[in-house]
Write a protein that binds this ligand. Structure first.
Ligand SMILES: N[C@@H](CCC(=O)N[C@@H](CS)C(=O)NCC(=O)O)C(=O)O
Length: 223
């Protein structure tokens, strides 16, 4: 049986859990606490030497990196190619892959710098938070990425094609976390993100997975 290590507070973990649930994949979920577990010797020895979540074990092999994991799960279990197309539409696949890569190489670094400097340093690293001036720059960097994303959503319902794909899920999980961190309401500043967001949130699994990050629910308690 598939084993999954992760936690719902983590953006990339939520995208893996989304696939596991949407595709109804039987699995065992092991809750991991960051940084207590991820930085432990046991976790690095027995689960993932890089000390990151999500990690998946499938076919007796452990696999790290959320982008690789979601592609594996969709390729193997998304029989109708709803979240990620089959081999008969490789160009759509490439477009989805491109969005996941843009997320990980362009947006997430800025978003994570903000999470670390504004919130996580004191919690995880025993370091001081960024100074007011530094925080201002971190927020500016996030906003420039959100503007870029917003402009890419102009005249589009979803990132690729006419239905929700794993690209939307992946990006949504990153964007919702950084908007919650900065207490930004997309409808005030990012009109294309706001309309996309409304569509994405019709999905019940994503509603549940992100309830703690939204102000329109009673579960909006930050970890
Ligand atoms: N590129 C990795 C990033 C994973 C990642 O950064 N995970 C964080 C949680 S969101 C983590 O495991 N942190 C462990 C730590 O800081 O000790 C992926 O997509 O899986």
């Amino acid at each position: 049986m598939i084993k999954y290590w992760g936690t719902n507070g983590s953006q990339p973990c939520r995208s893996v859990v989304y696939c596991l649930r949407k595709l109804e994949i039987e699995h065992e979920a092991i809750e991991v606490t960051v940084p207590k577990d991820t930085r432990s010797e046991e976790f690095r020895r027995d689960v993932n030497p890089r000390g990151t979540i999500p990690t998946l074990e499938a076919e007796g092999v452990k696999c790290a990196e959320s982008a690789a994991i979601v592609r594996y799960l969709c390729t193997k279990y998304d029989e109708e190619g709803i979240l990620y197309p089959k081999e008969d539409d490789l160009i759509k696949r490439a477009q989805i892959d491109a969005w996941i890569d843009i997320c990980n190489t362009v947006y997430r670094p800025a978003f994570m710098n903000a999470h670390i400097g504004i919130e996580l340093n004191s919690k995880y690293n025993g370091k001081e938070l960024a100074s007011d001036e530094e925080q201002k720059h971190l927020v500016e960097d996030v906003c420039s990425k959100l503007e870029d994303f917003d402009s890419n959503l102009e005249d589009k319902k979803y990132l690729v094609g006419e239905t929700m794909t794993i690209a939307d899920v992946y990006l949504f999980n990153e964007v919702i976390s950084v908007l919650a961190l900065l207490k930004l309401d997309p409808s005030e500043q990012y009109k294309n993100i706001a309309s996309w967001w409304e569509l994405i949130l019709k999905d019940e699994i994503l509603q549940e997975l992100t309830a703690h990050l939204r102000t329109d629910t009673s579960e909006n308690v930050e970890d």
